[in-house]
Design a protein around this ligand. Structure first.
Ligand SMILES: [Zn+2]
Length: 317
């Protein structure tokens, strides 16, 4: 137990302080815009750019129905009708004032695959990140706990939408997307403005030893992103059963130890490590699990969960 506590306090390095500061400023850097009967979350840093269209959808409103309430499900899920999802997408695009912009989406599979979109496409490609430099095209990724990340190169005018769950985060999908923007368009990290939308918070994202171990081997500051017995799980040490055994009634097996992961902090750190200035990264602190009235969560709702969409594009001049 002492070891776990020590791990927490040793996590106070400059990177961790930066993450917390951004978390605090995250509140004031976000706003909710109401339009067409739906609520769209906006990053103020992105909203300042007049040539840009962006927004993170939320749950209320829409033609779908969950527990008797209208819901804005934007994903073609098994439980919902296609026509309702299409109506919801129309409504969301209208709320973004982007009715005429063709929407490019993905068949997401928790990968680090990136699709460069130059024109509207009929079939969603298999990937977890989208990039475009074409004005008039709208990119969309779907989430229901994973971190939606929008990137804007304000100088070269290139935008990206990324879906980062724990697998994508571990595979550094945001940094790989930035690398692809650099390769294709000459993007410089210091020109990037990033927004990390609503996702499962550190408060609710319990993971097992395999995730702790994977992050521990990949990232030096990984311990800062976990609460609980991280060192113990990450390094495969024998769990300290004795305190549990004395607390538990006889015959009760102690639960396997779990830790909680801060996916946003990891993605933010990766972007900073790749040269994006911390003050240009907006992080929403809204938790999809905690805010049941506002957001969808796969963790909370399982197969019956709706999908939110994070969208970005550039208006035609
Ligand atoms: Zn939470």
């Amino acid at each position: 137990m002492a070891r776990a506590i020590k791990t927490r306090s040793s996590g106070r390095n400059p990177a961790a302080r930066g993450a917390r500061a951004a978390h605090r400023s995250g509140n004031s850097a976000w706003s909710i815009r109401r339009a067409r009967g739906v609520q769209v979350m906006e990053s103020r840093a992105l909203a300042r750019l007049g040539w840009l269209v962006h927004g993170f959808s939320t749950r209320p409103g829409g033609a779908s129905e969950i527990e008797g309430k209208p819901a804005l499900n934007l994903g073609f899920t098994e439980w919902d009708e296609r026509t309702r999802v299409e109506a919801n997408r129309k409504k969301f695009l209208a709320a973004l004032d982007a009715r005429k912009m063709p929407l490019v989406t993905l068949r997401q599979f928790h990968s680090d695959a990136i699709h460069l979109a130059g024109a509207p496409i009929a079939e969603p490609p298999n990937a977890d990140a989208l990039i475009t430099s074409t004005p008039g095209l709208l990119l969309g990724v779907q989430t229901a706990d994973c971190v939606p990340i929008l990137l804007v190169d304000t100088r070269r005018r290139v935008v990206a939408a990324i879906h980062a769950g724990w697998r994508g985060t571990l595979a550094r999908i945001a940094v790989k997307t930035l690398g692809r923007m650099r390769m294709e368009f000459g993007t410089s990290s210091r020109d990037i403005v990033a927004a990390l939308g609503p996702s499962i918070g550190r408060c609710c994202f319990e993971v097992g030893p395999e995730v702790a171990q994977a992050f521990s081997t990949q990232f030096p500051p990984a311990a800062d992103w976990f609460d609980g017995p991280f060192e113990q799980l990450a390094h495969g040490e024998e769990p300290l059963w004795l305190p549990w055994l004395t607390m538990m009634p006889p015959g009760h097996v102690p639960p396997p130890p779990r830790v909680q992961l801060d996916l946003r902090a990891s993605n933010r750190w990766q972007l900073i490590d790749a040269g994006v200035p911390g003050k240009q990264i907006d992080v929403s602190d809204a938790c999809t699990v905690c805010q049941a009235d506002l957001l969808f969560s796969y963790r909370r709702e399982g197969a019956k969960a709706g999908r939110m969409m994070a969208s970005i594009g550039m208006r035609k001049p």
